[in-house]
Ligand binder design. Structure first.
Ligand SMILES: *Cc1c(COP(=O)(O)O)cnc(C)c1O
Length: 226
């Protein structure tokens, strides 16, 4: 596995669309992340709070850390001082806690709202209906330390490319509908669509992704036994 080469190849593929690369480094040791850092990567994604904090502490301070996994409210406090973007916001109560912790640290925390676009039951996120309820919810207007800058979604895990494409297309349409909604509160600005992983990022880019979250294609298979 030549990490620098993998990154270089991905950057070339992403260049025409301007889509950003988030290197998903979960389960990988800091020495491996440093190889990606040396190759120019500054955006890293992790899905567990403890691992994210530990890597943040050990690595250079110009890295932008992305929280991409399900986030429990009682753990927001650990990442609030430094996290660059939380991709996986799936409830208003979580947004309220992010706001509270943002206030404590005098920083506005950028977030994406996770959309439930896959068929699988296990995937978190808002339904379309819940999205339109959320933007009308007055609670949002009081969250001065939260900035919602877009949406995130995960397609079904299936070899059926047409299905994956349809799910990404759906997310893009939802994004556009929200973006052109006249009553968006100041806390919501639709700029980013985080979609696409190792298995489906090419389809995601074609469907308008602005951020792909890629692990395996950069770092190789993950070993969860360690
Ligand atoms: C692990 C993970 C990824 C990266 O998956 P790969 O298939 O290794 O590229 C992307 N997004 C989320 C939310 C993940 O948990």
């Amino acid at each position: 596995m030549n990490i620098a080469e993998n990154i270089d190849q991905l950057q070339q593929e992403l260049a025409p669309s301007g889509c950003k690369l988030i290197a998903v480094s979960k389960t990988k040791p800091v020495s491996t992340l440093m190889e990606a850092y040396e190759a120019g990567v500054r955006d890293f994604g992790e899905n567990k709070v403890q691992e994210l904090v530990s890597k943040y502490e050990q690595m250079p301070k110009d890295i932008r850390w992305h929280m991409i996994g399900h986030l429990q409210r009682n753990k927001v406090k650990y990442i609030a001082p430094f996290v660059h973007l939380i991709h996986s916001v799936d409830s208003i109560r979580l947004l309220e806690e992010i706001n509270k912790q943002g206030a404590k640290h005098h920083r506005t925390i950028s977030c994406l709202l996770q959309a439930h676009i896959a068929e699988e039951e296990s995937k978190f996120g808002f339904s379309d209906e819940e999205f339109f309820q959320l933007i009308r919810d007055e609670t949002i207007q009081h969250l001065k330390y939260v900035q919602i800058i877009g949406v995130m979604g995960m397609a079904s895990f299936t070899p059926n490319e047409a299905k994956v494409r349809q799910e990404f297309e759906h997310l893009k349409l939802l994004f556009e509908a929200l973006k052109h909604n006249d009553d968006l509160p100041d806390q919501i600005r639709m700029e980013e669509i985080s979609m696409g992983m190792s298995g489906d990022y090419r389809i995601a880019i074609e469907e308008g992704s602005t951020m792909v979250r890629i692990g395996t294609t950069i770092f190789g298979e993950r070993n969860y036994q360690q």
